[in-house]
Design a binder for this molecule. Structure first.
Ligand SMILES: Cc1cc2nc3c(=O)[nH]c(=O)nc-3n(C[C@H](O)[C@H](O)[C@H](O)COP(=O)(O)O)c2cc1C
Length: 408
């Protein structure tokens, strides 16, 4: 009996590396989210995970992806599937872009150095936020891949211009102008936790962090977290707003910079200063997509900031086909908000998008395992896109069209 038992039971070797063990147990983004929740102080997790007000936009982003179904074709020889595609004229390994996220070193000390490195290894563009915690130059040092720089329309134009100059000098290929932040959304989890935006780490974060000693230890032994891009430009311009020694003073300065007076003229000014490809991020209507396309902007990113701004905004996947009907072919179309699987990317492409962006999934991965965690997320998306394509009967991105979506 022991013999027959031995013939069917294979003991798995125990994974001694804790990060590899955690990642090995994460079958999807939701699993990573749960592990990140256990690792991070509650205020930090909620800052990353939360949305505005009742979090309806955030929930709708996800549920409307789930509502869509694919119409698979079978018996089509899917032995070789190629998910590569062109984004802004350059070939990438899959139609996915790492969305800009502020303050990523709050999730893991390696922050953008890990995310940018992982994006380069996976052949997808990485977008560095203006509110990033590693500078344009530091990111350029670790990544020879596609790098985009995200810009807010700020009051201090000299500061914006200096960051654009630095991005150009450091080989960034495109900028992403975020236009959905005339004022900041009300993120009520942050209000409850007393977590200001941008976040300030108060005593309560550390008290709560006593339950997460690993995070507190990493936080204390690493470089202070500052808005590095603002700090570097501040020094170059000789301003007194950004000496880089205090995260809080920088944070206050940054909040003051958001300009509710922003308009299409500001977008034109930034375009003229940059002189290269522009992605307009935060478009949420056909009307605005048309203005962008008619003015020659290279790409629009349909986005409600992951449900962190206007809580009554439309689910992003619902915008894709109307916008594609209006401006497809005239400008590239990306979308983000609730993209959690390869199948979501395939659905967005079938409706007319050229690529998807994603934010929280890579931050959960970063929190769980630094660069290895982001690698895990990007591998998960790559295999998910390829598997969905194979199961739907398509072998290249150009074959993905509306015939693949139920109801068209
Ligand atoms: C923690 C966090 C910080 C963010 N910071 C920025 C930012 O600095 N600039 C920006 O344009 N968008 C920012 N976003 C929005 C993302 O770029 C993206 O639109 C959003 O995360 C997409 O939704 P998803 O998280 O469901 O994928 C942030 C999102 C999160 C979750």
């Amino acid at each position: 009996m022991l013999e027959s038992l031995r013939s069917v039971v294979r003991l798995k070797s125990f994974e001694t590396d804790a990060v590899a063990r955690r990642l090995g147990s994460a079958a999807n983004v939701d699993d990573l989210r749960r592990i990140a929740k256990r690792k991070l102080p509650a205020g930090v997790f909620d800052y990353i995970d939360g949305g505005a007000e009742d979090e309806m936009a955030m929930a709708r982003n996800a549920s409307r992806f789930a509502d869509r179904t694919l119409v698979p074709r079978v018996l089509r020889n899917v032995g070789e599937v190629d998910a590569s595609c062109k984004i802004l004229g350059r070939r990438h390994k899959m139609p996915l872009i790492l969305a800009p996220t502020g303050f990523p070193r709050i999730a893991h000390p390696d922050g953008e150095l890990a995310t940018a490195g992982s994006a380069a290894d996976h052949g997808v563009p990485f977008t560095l936020s203006t509110m990033g915690t590693r500078s344009i130059e530091e990111v350029a040092d670790v990544s020879a891949g596609s790098k985009w720089f995200q810009v807010y329309v700020w009051r201090d134009k000299a500061l914006v211009k200096d960051m654009l100059d630095r991005a150009r000098e450091s080989g960034f290929e495109a900028i992403c102008i975020t236009i959905d932040t005339a004022v900041l959304g009300r993120r009520e989890r942050d209000v409850r936790r007393g977590m200001a935006m941008p976040p300030k780490l108060g005593l309560d974060t550390f008290v709560e962090g006593a339950l997460r000693p690993g995070w507190v230890w990493e936080f204390l032994r690493n470089d202070p977290i500052i808005f590095s891009n603002v700090a570097v430009s501040g020094k170059r311009l000789g301003g007194n707003f950004a000496d880089g020694t205090s995260a809080v003073s920088l944070a206050e300065f940054t909040v003051e910079q958001f300009d509710p007076g922003l308009s299409w003229d500001d977008v034109e000014w930034i375009r003229s200063q940059w002189g290269g490809p522009v992605v307009l991020k935060g478009v949420q209507s056909v009307a605005d997509a048309k203005i962008a396309a008619d003015s020659g902007i290279e790409a629009v990113a349909l986005s409600n900031h992951g449900g962190r701004q206007l809580d009554s905004s439309p689910a992003i996947i619902d915008l894709v086909s109307p916008v594609a009907d209006a401006v497809g072919g005239q400008t590239e179309i990306y979308c983000d908000g609730g993209v959690r699987r390869g199948s979501d990317v395939v659905k967005a492409l079938a409706l007319g998008a050229n690529a998807c962006m994603m934010g929280r999934p890579h931050l959960y991965g970063l929190a769980v395992g630094g660069k290895a965690g982001v690698d895990h997320v990007l591998d998960f998306f790559q295999s998910g896109i390829e598997r969905t394509m194979a199961l739907s009967g398509v072998t290249s991105i150009s074959e993905i069209d509306r015939n693949l979506i139920e109801g068209f």
